[in-house]
Design a protein around this ligand. Sequence first.
Ligand SMILES: [Zn+2]
Length: 213
Amino acid sequence: MSNENTTVTIHIEEAHKSHRIGWLRAAVLGANDGIVSTASLIVGIAAGEYISVSSQADTENADLELEKKALQENEAYEKEELAQIYEARGIKPELAKEVASQLMEHDALDAHARDELGITEGGKSNPIEAALSSAASFTVGAAMPLLTAWLVPQEQLIISVSVASLLFLAVLGAIAAKAGGASMTKGAIRVTFWGALAMGLTAAVGQLFGVVA
Ligand SMILES: [Zn+2]
């Protein structure tokens, strides 16, 4: 009799434990997914930016090396080339030659870098700076829908996150347009339209796979 009782108790405890483990497992896996996918996105964005700006910087450095060599090997040709650039910008031939001469006496490579290649000291590409600033702005952007999801009731999650994100996009689009001197309304509409399309497509794909699974 007492033996039977013990068996029953053990079974109940095991059932409770496995129930708790199932719930905990799902929670841990969910959190894992959140950490891994968000971290991968941030790292991916930063790495992508680093690579793209690095290759831009490599191109700039290679151009500067070529220019340095050309200046050493054929100064007269380079002076003429620079004078023609100034002429094309509307300076009279005589003065253009004079400007080219004086600028090249001052700093030949700097003059060619700026006026021929369009590379300025302050405007040189910095991969690390670009990667850090993309990662930071990505993180701020990612926090917006996350905060919304955190604050709204569960049952309104999808609609709230969609509407709030489109609002954030509209504001960003307007700011970007203003910074670039374009129409704020057009900027807001364009960014919101593409954002809505991207979210709609993602939702459609999610539903498709949700149904199949
Ligand atoms: Zn040149």
